[in-house]
Design a protein around this ligand. Structure first.
Ligand code: CAA
Ligand code: NDP
Length: 293
């Protein structure tokens, strides 16, 4: 733990919020996960429990450590339960209007000295900071998915972020045993500026009939040594999140090379969001994932 932070609030009980809660509790922080939906919170806590239990089975942690971490995490659908937080990490849906509403609700509850971070994949930190009452104590802390496994965290300052905030965030992230890269506040920062156009290109490759879902993923796994094929990875990230990131790149950099593939738009419009909704470029509802094209 850092001397300045002992209580962490996480907004959004989705895949990222739960991963951030898990690694924070494992490092000894007291964590409150806030989400609008009690069912989401229950499901999130069950996922964390399952992940920690698997780590016990694999000999990565002891059962005692699993119990200690679980005891440090609570979930709540009442925003007032974020009041003790020294740091709140917003990990809700990748939609600027949703995030702005969250800051309007969360800021009045927090201590004046509390820090706020966003896990946004692409949105302007400076613009999100302006939707809070404390732009100098606001910044981007961008974890990668799956949070318990991926080593990298991108740190992004907004124009107003002060040095104390940056240093505290750096100490906090280091205490989670993650490696930091610093990115400037440009659309999608570093990882997603490079990764998402590749995924979008893979979707164009499918859209234009160059290859099937299976052919494209096999090509990139075995031909470029990627751990997941780009379409499998898109499903893993969430197709709604992929589309939002491409839209931010397209709008923010005003270059047609970032145009989201119409097929990606169609999948999102169908509610086929990837693994989290049960169907995307693969159908996950059976025993093994089956390509949908
Ligand atoms: C969109 C953004 O803003 C930014 C992003 O995050 S972009 C996405 C970045 N992430 C990636 O690119 C992930 C690419 N994929 C991979 O690295 C790998 O496929 C993977 C690590 C996810 C899985 O690895 P694998 O070797 O195929 O599978 P597997 O052996 O089952 O898992 C390896 C470990 O990861 C764990 N793991 C896998 N998926 C997990 C998940 N969703 N949550 C938690 N842990 C997970 C497993 O439990 C296993 O842990 P142990 O070593 O303790 O057994
Ligand atoms: N997926 C990824 O690979 C990565 C994502 N990110 C970023 O992390 C953030 C979260 O992504 P991810 O976890 O994948 O998304 P998910 O869709 O898995 O989770 C988002 C969660 O936020 C909840 N939520 C929505 N609105 C509110 C609100 N007003 N108040 C509280 N909770 C709310 C959602 O609830 P409901 O479903 O009920 O709307 C859902 O539980 C995004 O900004 C994303 O860009 C960053 C790195 C990697």
């Amino acid at each position: 733990m850092t001397d300045k932070i002992s209580n962490v609030g996480v907004v959004g009980a989705g895949q990222m919020g739960c991963g951030i809660a898990q690694v924070s509790a494992a490092a000894g922080y007291k964590v409150t996960i806030y989400d609008l939906s009690k069912e989401r919170i229950e499901a999130g806590l069950a996922t964390i429990n399952g992940n920690l239990a698997r780590q016990v089975t694999n000999g990565k942690i002891t059962d005692e450590q699993r119990k200690e971490a679980l005891a440090l995490i609570s979930g709540s659908a009442d925003v007032n339960d974020l009041a003790p937080a020294d740091l709140v990490i917003e990990a809700a849906t990748e939609d600027e209007s949703v995030k702005r509403k969250i800051f309007a609700t969360v800021c009045p509850v927090l201590k004046p000295e509390a820090l706020i971070a966003t896990n946004t994949s692409s949105l302007s930190i400076t613009r999100l900071a302006s939707a809070t009452d404390r732009p100098e104590r606001f910044m981007g802390i961008h974890f990668m998915n799956p949070v318990p496994v991926m080593k990298l965290v991108e740190l992004v300052r907004g124009i107003a972020t002060d040095e104390t905030t940056f240093k505290t965030a750096k100490t906090f992230v280091s205490s989670l045993d993650k490696t930091i890269t610093v990115a400037e506040d440009f659309p999608a920062f570093i990882v997603n500026r490079i990764l998402l156009p590749m995924i979008n290109e893979a979707i164009y490759t499918l859209y234009e009939g160059v290859g099937s879902v299976e052919a494209i993923d096999t090509a990139m796994k075995l031909g470029a040594n990627h751990p997941m094929g780009p379409l499998q990875l898109a499903d893993f990230i969430g197709l709604d999140t992929c589309l939002s990131i491409m839209q931010v790149l397209h709008d923010g950099l005003a270059d047609s090379k970032y145009r989201p593939c119409p097929l990606l738009v169609k999948y999102v419009e169908a509610g086929w969001l990837g693994r989290k909704s049960g169907r995307g470029f693969y159908d996950y509802r059976g025993e093994v994932p089956v390509p949908t094209r």
